[in-house]
Design a protein around this ligand. Structure first.
Ligand code: ADP
Length: 440
């Protein structure tokens, strides 16, 4: 392209006007020669414009623009260069898209792109094997029509994708898949699906092993504890010096029994997703009975235990599981609160759901322990644990029970100033109160 095309254009125009004036000088008709000269120039310009228009409308993808002279030559050249540059950029972009599509198509994990309504837009080959999607029939179909597991629908509609979801594959019940959903762009979804069958089997083996070992140990331990009790009853007749070791053995035996019971309960909680007996549970009666047990556990320790309950709020779920979770929290409060301390149990509902809080004025927990407190066998202080006879499984049981009841546990605590454990239940789990009343 000529960089000095402005000068060339002015030179050409000056040349045309000079030519016209020269003809005017010869012929004596200055005006007419100028009109005819400029008219011819206008006609030629119009012709070039029509050629350009014609080419823009009808050209083939690789066809070069027509040759031109002067300004029009420059215009045609510029358009041609722009067209070539555009083609090169498009070619490079297409190559990137092809590479991305090839690599995602070759992935063992399924990749599915969904639009903002949850309809299928694009997926790779693995999605056909893991989810049974069919190309191209399923394009545009809502994903929940094709992955029909009720937990998937609930998970997808809920919109909280912080944790992945594990379900059986819609193609084959023996395959376990894990789904990760990420939102991007204009509320579109990217769904990654992994085959976790092997991991699931290993996890299942671990759970079965713990459940079986706990179950198998229960009978011998019951026999040993039974004999220890008989021996202790008659220890004075046999040898009074055995009294101390025998009672220590009995104490440890009882501790092992509690541990096995907790392990079996955890195994049972993990074996199923939802409580089998999903019934309305009268929480007020449940808490009153737990308060009675807590008072018995507290004994002569002079602790004040108060109840503050909204008597008309009930919860859907398993009474046995909820009793186990709530009593773990209340008994912990009794165990970890010094003599003369206070324990406050509150049960109420609001627009966020239902809540049970157990607040104590006890020893408290350092902040650094809070995130790990619900892990199995996690101990804040092992010496403290040994003196209270805890198994380290109580809060793990609470966490599992709450998960199965659409709930979670919040813990707040200040070392030396007590702790508050709050069970938060989703509104779906709550049986709405008609009238509210408070009892202490
Ligand atoms: P444990 O059977 O040992 O009580 P948990 O799982 O119930 O096991 O609790 C885990 C740990 O959390 C306990 O060992 C204890 O250190 C701490 N903890 C639980 N509840 C309280 C509480 N109310 N106050 C202080 N520490 C607590």
């Amino acid at each position: 392209m000529n960089p000095n095309w402005h000068g060339t254009l002015i030179r050409h125009l000056l040349l045309l006007i000079t030519g016209c004036l020269f003809i005017g000088l010869i012929s004596g008709y200055y005006g007419w020669s100028l009109v005819v000269g400029l008219g011819l120039y206008l006609g030629w310009t119009l012709k070039q414009l029509l050629r350009l228009h014609d080419w823009l409308r009808n050209h083939q993808p690789d066809e070069a623009p027509p040759d031109g002279y002067g300004l029009w030559g420059e215009v045609f050249d510029s358009i041609y260069h722009l067209q070539r540059r555009d083609q090169r950029v498009r070619g490079r972009l297409q190559a990137v898209i092809d590479r991305v599509q090839e690599s995602t198509a070759a992935l063992k994990d399924a990749v599915v792109m969904l639009d903002s309504h949850g309809d299928l837009e694009w997926w790779n080959r693995a999605a056909e094997t893991l989810l049974g999607l069919k190309t191209p029939q399923d394009s545009g179909q809502p994903v929940s029509n094709l992955v029909r597991h009720p937990r998937f629908k609930e998970y997808f509609d809920n919109g909280n994708y912080a944790e992945p979801l594990e379900i059986p594959s819609p193609v084959n019940d023996h395959l376990r898949i894990q789904l990760y959903i990420t939102r991007y762009g204009n509320n579109e979804h990217l769904m990654l699906v992994r085959d976790v069958t092997r991991l699931h089997h290993l996890e299942q083996m671990r759970k079965d092993f713990i459940a079986n070992v706990s179950h198998e140990l229960r009978t011998p331990l019951t026999v040993i504890c039974g004999y220890l009790e008989t021996l202790l009853d008659n220890v004075d007749d046999v040898n009074p010096r055995w009294k101390r070791p025998l009672s220590q053995m009995q104490q440890q035996g009882e501790r092992m029994q509690t541990l096995l019971n907790d392990l079996l309960l955890l195994a049972k909680l993990e074996a199923t997703d939802y409580p089998s007996d999903n019934q309305p549970v009268p929480i007020d009666a449940l808490l009153r009975s737990i308060k009675g047990d807590a008072q018995a556990l507290s004994g002569q320790r002079n602790q004040t235990i108060t109840l503050d309950i909204d008597t008309h709020v009930a919860l859907k779920g398993s009474e046995a599981e909820l009793r186990s979770a709530f009593s773990n929290l209340v008994f912990n409060a009794v165990k970890y609160t010094p003599d003369g301390g206070t324990i406050r149990i509150r049960w109420w509902a609001d627009h966020l759901g239902a809540h049970l809080s157990v607040q104590d004025s006890g020893v408290g927990i350092d902040n650094k322990h809070l995130p790990r407190l619900t892990e199995r066998f996690y101990r804040v202080d092992s010496s403290r644990n040994a003196s209270t006879g805890g198994t380290g499984l109580g809060l793990a049981i609470v966490k599992h029970v709450l998960l199965r009841h659409h709930g979670h546990l919040d813990i707040s605590s200040v070392l030396g100033h007590g702790s508050t454990f709050t069970c938060q239940f989703d509104p779906v789990q709550v049986i709405k109160p008609r009238i509210s009343a408070s009892v202490s």
